[in-house]
Write a new protein. Structure first.
Length: 364
């Protein structure tokens, strides 16, 4: 965010978004990494991370624009490539709903082939009808309302990923690409778990899509919680110095878990899903529309659908409604607290600037 943009933002908005950043960065699982990640990311932004991302999305997206959201982590692939975790897909569904509610955008979710069916089920729990991308785009102009999203597989092989990346960008011209809880390649091209285990073969190579997007001037946002996700290249040096396996992994490559791929903006959170919630909350305040943010019933419905689809808690290894070892009740509580922050933000913005319809900065 430029200094000119910063001067146009009310102080109260920065304070509320600061609280949002703080809430989604509470280290409830006691992993001991979020403070390092957040501090490093915030040093590169003159406003709270969630607000920076929300403002960038508001500047970039128009009604009917496709927005790519990449997620999915094949977990324990040495056992089965059918095992995927629920941190990432939940946040992707919430962000898809938010950009659709805020702008009339068309969410297109990108994920590994083995996880497409599960992701389709999860996105339906957020209220979407899953259609082919062309049909979802067509749905925007329908007189009879239909809210549609699409789920596509993205290749795990480098050559195929490069081809598909070019094709997708040329065909759909997305307004933004958001990556959430998506493993990124280190300088030798390897992808790792936070435990330093190499998992390159089975993870979709979204790095190539992000690089093509940046060269095409498309907004890119990375969301992560461990230091090994796409976007963490923005704070690579800090991760290498301070995060376990940051500078040296448990595989022969010996280069650590930190990806080299950078994004325009990075949002860090205790759990990646919470990063998505924070952005959605800021969008709701910016756009002056509470419905952009989801509620507890939607949250619990999405978590239930993840369990029904067989997605696991990446920490406990169980199929269920906990995420990263944190139970459903805590996630619902985070959502409820964020909802109260949104309500307060809307009350204050309504009193301050009712006629402008929000706090979106526009170049004069």
């Amino acid at each position: 965010m430029t200094n000119n943009e910063l001067k146009n933002l009310p102080e109260i908005l920065i304070k509320i978004s600061e609280s949002i950043d703080q809430l989604i960065s509470i280290d409830i699982p006691c992993r001991g990494v979020i403070r390092t990640l957040y501090r490093a990311a915030r040093e590169k932004s003159n406003v709270p991370l969630t607000l920076d991302a929300a403002q960038a999305l508001a500047r970039s997206i128009k009604a009917g624009d496709p927005v790519f959201i990449a997620t999915g982590w094949p977990d324990r692939p040495w056992i089965s490539t059918q095992i995927g975790e629920n941190d990432g897909p939940v946040g992707a569904a919430v962000l898809a709903r938010a950009v659709h509610q805020a702008f009339g955008a068309v969410p297109i979710i990108l994920i590994e082939q083995e996880l497409v069916t599960a992701m389709e089920s999860v996105i339906q729990a957020a209220g979407f009808k899953v259609l082919k991308p062309e049909e979802a785009i067509k749905a925007v102009g329908s007189k009879a309302p239909i809210h549609a999203a699409s789920v596509l597989s993205f290749p795990t092989g480098l050559h195929e990923a490069a081809e598909v990346s070019t094709q997708l960008i040329q065909k759909y011209r997305p307004a933004a690409i958001i990556s959430i809880e998506k493993g990124g390649m280190n300088e030798k091209g390897y992808i790792h778990s936070v435990r330093g285990k190499e998992t390159t073969e089975h993870v979709a190579k979204i790095d190539l899509l992000m690089r093509d997007a940046k060269s095409s001037g498309i907004l890119t946002i990375g969301i992560g919680d461990g230091g090994n996700e796409i976007g963490m290249g923005n704070i690579r040096e800090e991760i290498q110095k301070r995060i376990p396996f940051g500078d040296r992994c448990n595989c022969p490559c010996g280069q650590g878990i930190v990806p080299v791929t950078e994004t325009d903006l990075l949002v860090t959170a205790t759990i990646s899903n919470w990063g998505a919630y924070g952005i959605a909350a800021c969008l709701a305040i910016l756009m002056g529309k509470f419905e952009i943010f989801h509620d507890e019933s939607i949250e619990c419905g999405i978590l239930q659908r993840c369990a029904d689809a067989g997605l696991i808690d990446g920490v406990s290894g169980y199929v269920g409604k906990s995420v990263d070892g944190v139970p459903e009740l805590v996630h619902a509580s985070i959502v409820n607290i964020l909802a109260e922050m949104v309500k307060k933000g809307l009350q204050i913005s309504g009193k301050m600037d009712r006629d402008r319809g929000g706090w979106i900065y526009e170049e004069q």
